[in-house]
Design a protein around this ligand. Structure first.
Ligand code: NAD
Ligand code: UFG
Length: 352
């Protein structure tokens, strides 16, 4: 079976961890990234962790000619498509930038894939497509709706993939709906490196712990949750990376059973949640991080953040049943690995 995979956005936070997991699983990877939210240093570190140089191409998914060059030089089994912009607030201020990058970019990629007859795709979707969930835990058949352009861009791509699967049964399309990815590689060499002040909880907490930020504002303590703060399904990024390997293994099995049995059935559009299935509150996460880092994490309660929901956690049964994958690492592991990355790299990938 052909094990060559194109990884768009492979220089980013989730992409780098996934490249390591793919390499360990015997996949042969080519990374394609425009470095708009990442750095060559991240690629260098992945290369040194896997003990060989990564095949890296600097390019934009909106650039069809550049993608065609890549597809004509390599024979890919499929694509893992991470490339995209992800800041919710920025998407509200600059919606066209988000639709252009995330939606138009994905259409260009799909057109080139189609031209080169590469029809296996794993796409980075998000639990954000569930909006404010009607019931918990959230399963893949829950209604979808979004309130911001970032979320809309993910939902629009999901709709495009669904339509594509209907139009042509040879596509095999797995959107993975991530819950809240956190943590870092256990080596402390790669991790999340937000520009400016972090929007997300875990990087904010770790920057308070390391002394870069003064105190955490907890957005809301009057939610209908155990302690009044928001509840999320945090998932360690290395577990998430393994989820991508499991999705690709599944596509490979389907492809080999299709060719050996001569059947024409394909995967079509198959969304899968990647979460732990467990909810953790903001205050629980602060307590866990304090214990692990042995640092004070001062916080204050502040008003709810616009657009936030009270609770969100996955039903992880489909991933377990179909992909034979489940999250293994605990909240303590997530805090330990984040803290190691943060303390070893107080300025992220930039030299100190
Ligand atoms: P990231 O910003 O660290 O990685 C995205 C990578 O894509 C970056 O390296 C960036 O340079 C690259 N990129 C962006 N636009 C590109 C373009 N037009 N052409 C080529 N490369 C481009 O983000 P991440 O946290 O690793 O997220 C990866 C994917 O997962 C994104 O699509 C994101 O929306 C999605 N996602 C992330 C989260 C999360 O909390 N981190 C949650 C749900 C979904
Ligand atoms: N929070 C704070 N203070 C902060 C940051 C966050 O109290 O400084 C709270 C939020 O109010 C929320 C919880 O911490 O209750 C988690 O917030 P995050 O910003 O870390 O994560 P979200 O669940 O809001 O959103 C994340 C990604 C989205 C993605 C979504 C679902 O940012 O892109 O998970 O996958 F769509």
């Amino acid at each position: 079976m052909n094990k060559k995979i194109l990884v768009t956005g492979g220089a980013g936070y989730i992409g780098t961890h996934t490249c390591i997991a793919l390499h360990a699983a015997g996949y042969d990877i080519v990374v394609y990234d425009n470095l708009s939210n990442s750095s060559r240093e991240a690629i260098n570190r992945v290369s040194s962790l896997i003990g060989q140089s990564i095949d890296f191409i600097e390019g934009d998914i909106r650039d069809a000619e550049s993608l065609k060059q890549v597809f004509s030089s390599h024979h890919f089994f499929g694509v893992i498509h991470f490339a995209g912009l992800k800041a919710v607030g920025e998407s509200v201020a600059q919606p066209l930038k988000y639709y252009d990058n995330n939606v138009s970019g994905t259409i260009t990629l799909l057109e080139v894939m189609s031209e080169y007859d590469v029809k296996n795709l794993v796409f980075s979707s998000s639990a954000t497509v569930y909006g404010d969930p009607e019931r918990l835990p959230i399963d893949e058949n829950s209604p979808r709706s979004c309130t911001n352009p970032y979320g809309q861009s993910k939902l629009t791509v999901e709709h495009i993939l669904e339509d594509l699967a209907v139009s042509d049964a040879s596509w095999n399309l797995i959107p993975l709906r991530y819950f809240n990815p956190v943590g870092a590689h256990p080596s402390g060499q790669i991790g999340e490196d937000p520009n400016d002040i972090p929007n997300n909880l875990m990087p904010y907490i770790s920057q308070v712990a390391v002394g870069k930020l003064e105190k955490l504002s907890i957005f809301g303590n009057d939610y209908p949750t155990t302690d009044g703060t928001g509840v999320r399904d945090f998932i360690h990024v290395t577990d998430l990376a393994q989820g991508h390997v499991a999705a690709l293994n599944y596509l490979q099995q389907q492809a080999s059973s299709k060719s050996s049995s001569g059947t024409t059935s394909s995967v079509g559009f198959l969304p899968i949640n990647l979460g732990s299935g467990k909810g953790t509150s903001v205050l629980d996460l602060v307590a866990a991080f304090t214990k692990v880092s042995k640092q004070p994490i001062p916080y204050q309660f502040a008003a709810r953040r616009a657009g936030d929901i009270a609770s969100c956690y996955a039903s992880a049964g489909r991933a377990k049943g179909l992909l034979k994958w489940q999250a293994e690492l605990s909240i303590t592991d997530m805090c330990q690995d984040t803290w190691r990355w943060q303390s070893m790299n107080p300025n992220g990938y930039n030299a100190t």
